[in-house]
Design a protein around this ligand. Structure first.
Ligand SMILES: NC(=O)c1ccc[n+]([C@@H]2O[C@H](COP(=O)([O-])OP(=O)(O)OC[C@H]3O[C@@H](n4cnc5c(N)ncnc54)[C@H](O)[C@@H]3O)[C@@H](O)[C@H]2O)c1
Ligand SMILES: [Zn+2]
Length: 361
């Protein structure tokens, strides 16, 4: 089992990555959370697979548990689901000391975290991520929230979990497309923070895609360490944390221009990373074979390399996004594999060059 500390002073916590973690959760809670009851938030699909195992361990340790089953899918990541959770907790006379456990992917994690942040002004919660994306990204760092009809993740809070417990055994049942999409974020960590991780992926990619436990544990732990270092420096994204958005400016625009139907988030991020790396190369920020190495690994992972939208469509979506968030575009460039930097950049001045990028060919 691997253990990574997220050092945030009084809000510090550990991320455990291993096997047999579901039924052994009480051991990890020991000394961190004193609770004689917990409420597990999950969706019916994940609940059907892993709820029993989690409950068994809790029961053995004398911890009472109940479950709150929410509807799966991004369309239910909304305030109505938060209200359902509150109704359940209130009906059970929930107190401020008993934790919520998020058992599931990023959707369940974001919803549960936000419910925990706001119920009685904040109750403890534990992340038990069951998707690769949740293990490497959403369960760590304390961004919680739900969508509004006018935009994704518009309502939320920074609220750190007390514990993250990732059981890589759960990834066996995850559809391969979900592993592939999450690989875009894994490759992102290599690009922005660790040339060694990138090398490891180049040599062990197949093992990771097959959900080999040893390879997965290594990769997830490295991603969490990189994210930890960034979040420790800038918990609330005042600066450096934005580096985690590498590939996301154009990626989000691709997602939006395709109305979230054409590409999954990870696929759009893969395309965004290619564009950002080619842009870095054209501007002379990165040299040599960096774009080629990135494209090769994305291709091997089964991620897309081409988009049917036009650069003008994408630029329009970038502008809408900028208007909504009210920020200047701080674009993330790469310097070399493992090193990225943030720089204000006016993408619209670059429309003619954008058409030359390989994703549009
Ligand atoms: N908070 C953050 O920092 C952060 C970061 C990135 C993404 N996110 C959010 O995460 C969400 C996406 O998360 P996701 O990719 O994990 O998707 P998800 O939560 O929708 O899970 C994907 C699908 O897999 C199913 N599933 C989950 N675990 C499974 C398992 N072990 N076996 C079989 N099926 C399983 C789920 O029921 C779901 O249908 C988005 O809402 C996004 O906004 C948050
Ligand atoms: Zn992402």
């Amino acid at each position: 089992m691997k253990k990574i500390k997220i050092g945030l002073g009084a809000r510090s916590y550990s991320v455990f990555i291993g096997t047999e973690i579901l039924n052994g959760l009480p051991r990890l809670m020991d000394g961190v959370i004193e609770a004689d009851r917990v409420a597990i938030v999950t969706d019916s699909l994940i609940g059907g697979l892993y709820l029993e195992s989690l409950k068994w361990g809790l029961r053995e340790a004398g911890i009472e548990s109940c479950e709150i089953i929410i509807s799966a899918g991004e369309e239910h990541k909304d305030l109505a689901t938060i209200e359902t959770i509150f109704d359940n907790l209130i009906a059970q006379d929930w107190d401020r000391w008993s934790p919520l456990i998020a058992l599931g992917g990023g959707i369940v994690g974001d919803i549960t975290g936000f419910a925990a942040a706001s119920f009685m002004r904040g109750i403890p919660y534990i992340q038990v991520p069951t998707t690769l994306l949740a293990m490497v990204d959403s369960s760590v760092g304390g961004k919680t929230g739900v969508n509004h009809p006018r935009g994704k993740n518009l309502i939320g809070a920074f609220y750190q979990p007390r514990l993250v417990a990732a059981d890589v055994g759960t990834l066996k049942s995850l559809p391969p497309v979900e592993i592939v999409a999450a690989m875009a974020e894994v490759i992102k960590y290599g690009m922005i923070g660790d040339a060694e991780l990138f090398d490891y992926l180049e040599t062990h990619l197949e093992k990771v895609l097959e959900a080999d436990k040893t390879a997965l544990m290594h990769v997830i732990a490295r991603c969490c360490e990189i994210k930890a270092a960034i979040v420790e420096e800038d918990e609330r994204e005042a600066g450096i944390r934005a580096i985690l958005n590498f590939g996301h400016t154009i990626g989000h625009a691709i997602e939006q221009a395709g109305e979230y139907r054409t590409f999954r988030h990870g696929e759009a991020v893969a395309l965004g990373m290619i564009a950002a790396t080619e842009l870095s190369h054209r501007l002379g920020y990165c040299k040599g074979d960096v774009p080629e190495r990135l494209k090769t690994i994305l291709h091997r992972a089964g991620l897309p390399e081409r988009v049917k939208l036009s650069p003008a469509d994408i630029l329009k979506a970038v502008k809408i996004d900028k208007k909504r968030t009210g920020t200047q575009i701080n674009f993330i460039f790469v310097d070399s594999i493992g090193k990225a930097f943030i720089k204000p950049f006016e993408l619209e001045n670059y429309l003619d060059k954008l058409t030359q990028f390989s994703i549009f060919r």
